[in-house]
Design a protein around this ligand. Structure first.
Ligand code: IDP
Ligand code: MG
Length: 142
C-alpha cells in the first residue's frame, strides 16, 4: 500500500531529512514520491483538518508552516493495516517522551509540539493525505 510521511520544519531545519528518509529505506520501504516544499496555510489546514478546534491547533498551524517541510509517498509491500503499523513504529509515539529509543521521535524529539515527523495513521488518512501533496503522475512505480 501507499502511505504518507512528512518531515516537519524542525526536522528539515536540523538537517535530519536524509537520516529520516534512510530510516524508512532500510526496511525495504520504497520512496515513490519526495519533495521539499513550503506548506501554505491552506494545505496545513487540509492536512490537520481532524484537529481543528483542539487546544493545540493554532500552535500546530504556526509551527507546521514555519519553514520548509519534506513530503514523502511511501510504497510498502504489506497489507494496509500492517503497513501503517510499521510506519508508526518507525516514527514512534506522538510525544517523544513516550517514544521508544530507536524510533525517529524517540531518537530525535524533545517535545510533543515539535516531534519531527507526521505519518498517516490509517489507510483512510493515507488516501486523504497523499493527494494533498502529490498528483498521481508525481509518483513513480518501480
Ligand atoms: P500523530 O502525529 O502521532 O498522528 P496526532 O494526535 O495526530 O499525533 O497529532 C498531530 C500533531 O499535533 C502531533 O504530531 C503534534 O505535533 C501535535 N500535537 C498533538 N497533541 C499535542 C499536544 O497535546 N500539544 C501540542 N501539540 C500536540
Ligand atoms: Mg495523526
Amino acid at each position: 500500500m501507499r502511505t504518507f510521511v512528512l518531515i516537519k520544519p524542525d526536522g528539515v531545519r536540523r538537517g535530519l531529512a536524509g537520516e529520516i528518509v534512510s530510516r524508512f529505506e532500510r526496511y525495504g520501504i520504497r520512496l515513490v514520491g519526495l519533495r521539499i516544499i513550503s506548506m501554505g496555510r491552506d494545505r496545513a489546514e487540509k492536512l490537520y483538518a481532524v484537529h481543528k478546534g483542539k487546544p493545540f491547533y493554532n500552535d500546530l498551524m504556526e509551527y507546521i508552516t514555519s519553514g520548509p517541510v519534506a513530503v514523502m509517498a511511501l510504497e510498502i509491500n504489506l497489507p494496509a493495516e500492517d503497513a501503517i503499523k510499521m510506519v508508526r513504529k518507525v516514527v514512534g509515539a506522538t510525544n517523544p517522551l513516550n517514544a521508544e529509543m530507536g524510533s525517529i521521535r524517540g531518537d530525535y524529539g524533545l517535545i510533543v509540539s515539535e516531534n519531527i515527523v507526521h505519518a498517516s495513521d490509517s489507510k483512510e488518512s493515507a488516501d486523504y493525505e497523499i493527494p494533498i501533496f502529490f498528483n498521481e503522475s508525481d509518483m513513480v512505480k518501480y
